[in-house]
Design a protein around this ligand. Structure first.
Ligand SMILES: [Mn+2]
Length: 339
């Protein structure tokens, strides 16, 4: 069955009718994936549904304070097929974990997402590319399902919101985002507590890792392209999970004159995982797509063949070409910040 685009109303209907629901998120889960899924799990459990959160990699440490974080599984319990499976924050089937259960384990798959994509999947897709995070979509579905915005849901969605907007920095931040944030605070979210738990609560070894990764900085293309690499085994050697890399690439993007930045590491499968960031002029989603990946205009990713150094050079060349293709910037034109 081909993916059918469905309205928010229809998505709420599907969720409201399901008694046993399986929730899944993408690999290398981020705050939006975890927050939106745990938020939705809380809403559905509140309605008496049985909900299984299938998180192949568990919950990254910064998000373990969220309600339901201690109830995720990395293998399916025995039982009949689920009424409904839901994949959150996934623009492409390839971002689901390899161990994600196949379609024999559920009667239908609903995708809730906000990425601009070219490869829809599942039976139904509700995609809102205007949403700053999937957590925002979950709140609207909760409203439709009559679930009062309580603190567990608000905290989960706040994690979605702050992680996908870089703490209210990115162009996805609209008046609607602050209205949502206001509702979340009214529901009991304490911003400093959550900022601290999510972003200022790292193990000391992260500083050692930062020092090593920042030491790999290379500026090319006349200082417009910045790359960082994570040496194989560095994180493991320091006893750190991948979540500790969160935000590190922004150091490279934050260098004056840099248009595009990349951070590369060898993943669990021996491939080179490449994260890409732009400050607005270069469309890194396009760069990622050209290498089999995807994402947003300013934040995207792709997977490349090893070795690490060759992958780095390939991305440097592609990014340099993208920079070279940019039209000249008129003095004072800062409209690219709106991307
Ligand atoms: Mn997201």
């Amino acid at each position: 069955m081909a993916a059918e685009d469905v309205t928010e109303e229809r998505a709420a209907e599907l969720l409201g009718a399901a008694r046993r629901v399986l929730l899944g998120i993408h690999r290398n889960p981020d705050g939006d994936a975890v927050g939106s899924a745990l938020g939705l799990a809380h809403v559905l459990r509140g309605r008496g549904a049985e909900v299984v959160c299938f998180f192949a990699e568990g919950v990254p440490a910064p998000f373990r304070f969220l309600v339901g974080a201690d109830r995720t599984v990395d293998r399916l319990p025995e039982g009949p097929p689920f009424d409904l499976a839901v994949a959150l924050d996934c623009g492409d089937p390839s971002v689901l974990p390899r161990s994600w259960p196949d379609a024999t384990h559920y009667r239908g798959l609903l995708v809730l997402d906000h990425h601009p994509v070219r490869r829809p999947f599942g039976d139904w897709t509700h995609r809102d590319t205007a949403a700053a995070c999937v957590g925002e979509v979950v709140v609207r579905l909760a409203d439709r399902l009559g679930h009062a915005l309580d603190r567990p849901l608000a905290e989960a969605v706040y994690v979605s919101l702050v992680t996908d907007t870089g703490f209210f920095r990115y162009p996805s931040v609209t008046p609607a985002v602050f209205r949502l944030a206001a509702r979340l605070l009214e529901a009991g979210v304490a911003p400093w507590k959550l900022a601290f738990l999510v972003d200022e609560n790292y193990p000391a070894a992260r500083i050692e890792m930062l020092s090593a990764v920042l030491g790999t900085l290379r500026l090319t293309a006349g200082g417009t392209v910045a790359t960082l690499t994570v040496a194989p085994g560095l994180l493991e050697g320091l006893g750190l999970g991948n979540e500790n890399l969160e935000g590190v690439i922004n150091f490279a993007r934050g260098i004056r004159g840099v248009e595009a930045s990349a951070q590369l590491r060898v993943n669990e499968e021996g491939k080179v995982r490449c994260s890409l960031r732009s400050r607005g002029r270069v469309d890194v989603a396009g760069l990622a797509r050209a290498h089999g990946g995807g994402g947003h205009h300013n934040a995207a990713g792709c997977t490349l063949e090893p070795p690490l150094e060759a992958a780095r050079e390939r991305i440097e060349a592609a990014a340099a070409a993208a920079v070279a293709a940019l039209p000249p910037l008129a003095p004072g034109d800062d409209s690219f910040f709106e991307n």
